[in-house]
Design a protein around this ligand. Structure first.
Ligand code: NAD
Length: 443
């Protein structure tokens, strides 16, 4: 369906366990030969793929505009981010560094090298589909794994296009796709005995289910989950910039960002001024539709008893549009403060000082990203040190990542892994320690 007007976009196969078995079998049979190519050669093919994606950047962005209704400029930026990830990871084919170390025993050389994990299930969210595929598929394949990609049921078109471009370049079976509803096609994939690694990006709820079920058979499980990210505005902040970043962080992509600023924590001394400017900024923002009627209804029902300062209503047009919404007067331990809504909704909190702000920010089940606006390096450093989050931004928005930077969170935002950057290589390889006795006659 098209979120922008609620019309039908396309029909897609509703894959079942038979399709999953076929995809896993294709991956299993392709993986050994793929892994015997040198990492440099795999990197060369992935660079070719990044070039091919670049040549079809407009087409990729068009698919995302159709299936998500987001502004074209945003979709183009996401296509570029996916392509950049491709180039970055392709370069790792010439590095894929291991380590050497010493031994307590003489005549011994010890080194650690990376091996592929095997067959990887890559299960992703709808929110930024192209980077979501690229963040997982490029490093998985570079490291010598074969993969089965399970895109969100909301974004089948971009996933098919991405995979068909990849399959013109990669050997058959290295990258496979299964479509369909998460609850139907996900379980047979997660529970398949031939899937060695499940790499998942999505909600904490689904992540918990995957961890339990893949955990039972002791598969490697990597989870990148939700956030309830806070942006703190101190009394010495540049308020114009703080408002600008808050609006963009809370409402871009209709708030459907794991890194969205869904909590704005503002010092008492500037609260009223900030609130006035924020409400004005939100009123002018075009955030795009949310992904589905179900999501819209869920967000609206969670706002029922809230004090809404701005927005809070469905727009009178076809599709799934919600006004950028600001709420205040919510207790830190209320459900609304703790649950991720994944929509264009942010909550304002009033605090006395930095210590109270830090306490409030950390009083959350999540810990993905965070931001502080201040002119004081001491406040910035104190916040960076004390905040429980995987990312800290000073005087900017609550960001995601760049291709060369690791990304992930603490607490219920993940299980300790980092995606992107060279950190992704740890997700898609296993370390192997080689002990080489250099002169057997001396042992
Ligand atoms: P979701 O958990 O509903 O779905 C994610 C994926 O899992 C989809 O492909 C879905 O079809 C599939 N799925 C659903 N049930 C499954 C099951 N039982 N077994 C296997 N797969 C199943 O999440 P969503 O609504 O698509 O995405 C929103 C969530 O993703 C938010 O919580 C957001 O914060 C998170 N997210 C996190 C990051 C990150 O890097 N930390 C990035 C983007 C989105």
């Amino acid at each position: 369906m098209r979120p922008a007007d609620g019309s039908r976009l396309c029909t897609v196969p509703r894959s079942d366990d038979v399709d999953v078995s076929a995809a896993v079998a294709a991956a299993r049979s392709a993986q050994p030969a793929w892994a015997t190519l040198t990492p440099v050669e795999r990197g060369r093919l992935l660079r070719e793929l990044a070039v091919a994606l670049q040549a079809r950047r407009d087409e990729l962005a068009d698919a995302v505009v159709e299936e998500m209704g987001k502004p074209r400029e945003l979709a183009l930026g996401e296509a570029d981010a996916a392509i950049e990830m491709g180039f970055f990871v392709a370069g790792e084919g010439r590095r894929l560094y291991g380590r050497t170390t010493t031994s307590a025993m003489p005549n011994r050389t010890v080194m650690a090298t990376r091996s592929p994990v095997g067959v990887a299930a890559l299960i992703v969210s709808f929110n930024t589909p192209l980077p979501n595929y690229a963040w997982k598929a490029f490093p998985a394949v570079l490291c010598g794994n074969a993969a089965v990609l399970k895109p969100s049921e909301h974004t089948p078109v971009s996933a098919s296009l991405f995979a068909s471009i990849a399959n013109d370049i990669l050997p058959p079976g290295v990258l496979n796709v299964v479509h369909g509803l998460g609850g139907e096609v996900g379980p047979p994939l997660v529970e398949h005995g031939d899937v060695d690694l499940v790499s998942f990006t999505g909600s904490a709820e689904t992540g918990r289910w995957i961890n339990e079920h893949a955990g039972r058979r002791l598969a490697k499980v990597v989870l990148e989950l939700g956030g309830k990210n806070a942006l703190v505005v101190c009394d010495d902040a540049d308020l114009d910039r703080a408002v600008e970043w808050s609006v963009a962080s809370a409402f871009s992509n209709a708030g459907q960002r794991c890194a969205a600023a869904s909590r704005l924590v503002v010092f008492d001394a500037v609260y009223d001024d900030f609130r006035r400017r924020l409400v004005a900024g939100a009123g002018e923002y075009d955030s795009g539709p949310v992904i589905s009627e179900a999501s819209l209804q869920q967000i609206l029902s969670s706002l029922e008893s809230a004090t809404v300062l701005a927005g809070g209503a469905r727009l009178d047009r076809p599709g799934w549009w919600l006004e950028p919404t600001i709420v205040e007067g919510v207790a830190a331990d209320a459900e609304l403060s703790r649950r991720e809504l994944f929509g264009p909704v942010t909550i304002l909190y009033r605090v006395r000082d930095l210590e109270e702000a830090i306490e409030l920010v950390n009083d959350s089940p999540y810990g993905l990203t965070s931001a502080i606006h201040t002119a004081s390096i001491h406040r910035a450093m104190r916040f960076a040190d004390a905040v429980q989050a995987g990312v800290v931004v000073v005087n900017g928005g609550t960001h995601g990542s760049e291709p060369h930077m690791g990304f992930g969170g603490v607490k219920q935002s993940g299980t300790g892994w980092r995606e992107a950057g060279v950190e992704a290589l740890d997700v898609y390889t296993e370390w192997k320690y080689l002990n080489l006795i250099t002169d057997p006659s001396k042992t």
